[in-house]
Design a protein around this ligand. Structure first.
Ligand code: 5RP
Length: 218
């Protein structure tokens, strides 16, 4: 199976976590795009979606799925999203698609985070994928210097402006053994909007696409 077929399989498998009549939290990325397509098949069975990006909102609306403002929603049963890396502790690196801030906000409201990934994303230690950090534009160089003090090599993702009007630094050369601690430390740097470490709020369920089928971890 190709990587895209594995992404399609987990996108489809996530449907079993959707409660009829519920409002669904929807992430961002190529794996989630498959989930959105699959969700289209049950659009009459759900109330609406809350989206983590302008890109996902456009896809949901194209399929006729209503998209609500998160401020009008008190709770979500599930949030379905991909990841750039996930470890055995269900901690993740996210933000390869620059949507990390809204992803973290929607995930915070959801009772369960369903992570959908192909097997290439499963790693023993987080950090081979450069860690995305969303920053206020005027703080970019200051934050970069602070991140370098933590042992990383931050690179500005030039040309990318997030849905919130901010910049992204991708931090290379990290080997993240204490993900919760690093998440707290980076969150504490003035000018950081969001770090793409999802450790304090990790995944509750991981659906991993493998050549043998979809593996479920809870
Ligand atoms: C976007 C994300 C995505 O979930 C992550 O980049 C994985 O994307 P893909 O499913 O395309 O591999 O965090 O900000």
């Amino acid at each position: 199976m190709t990587q895209d077929e594995l992404k399609q399989a987990v996108g489809q498998a996530a449907l079993k976590y959707i409660t009829p009549g519920s409002i669904v939290g929807v992430g961002t990325g190529s794996t989630v795009n498959h989930f959105i397509t699959a969700l289209g098949s049950m659009k009459d069975d759900i109330e609406a979606a809350v989206s983590s990006s302008e890109a996902s909102t456009a896809r949901l609306r194209e399929l006729g799925i209503p998209v609500l403002d998160l401020n009008d929603v008190d709770e979500l049963d599930v949030y379905v999203d991909g990841a750039d890396e996930i470890n055995e502790q269900m901690e993740m690196i996210k933000g390869g698609g620059a949507a990390l801030t809204r992803e973290k906000i929607v995930a915070a409201v959801a009772k369960r985070f369903i992570c959908i990934v192909d097997e290439s994303k499963l790693v023993p230690v987080l950090g081979k994928f450069p860690l995305p950090v969303e920053v206020i534009p005027m703080a970019r160089n200051y934050v970069a210097r602070e991140l370098a003090k933590l042992g990383g090599r931050p690179i500005w993702r030039g040309g990318v402006v997030t849905d919130n009007g901010n910049h992204i630094l991708d931090v290379h050369d990290l080997s993240i053994e204490q993900a919760k601690q690093l998440e707290t430390q980076i969150n504490g740097i003035v000018g950081v909007v969001t770090v793409g470490l999802f450790a304090h709020r990790g995944a509750n369920v991981a659906l991993i696409g493998t050549a043998k089928g979809v593996e479920t971890r809870e």
